[in-house]
Design a protein. Sequence first.
Length: 78
Amino acid sequence: MNIKNIFPFSFKEKRTFGSLLVNIIIQLIIAAIIGVLIGILAKIPLVNLVVGILGGIVDLYFIIGIILSILDYLKIIK
């Protein structure tokens, strides 16, 4: 399994600083929207533990995606 399959938005063919910033902002907005939805679902007593774990996994996914975007821009990883 290739890391580019797991994080498809973190890798671009030709990346400029502006496209890097746009990519990071889009990922942060999506993570915030999902965080709000998870926060609403966490109010339900029976599913709050599962939703809390899921929220942590989603946050970790977006953090890793942003780090990979920066490393791709700096051409540290290919």
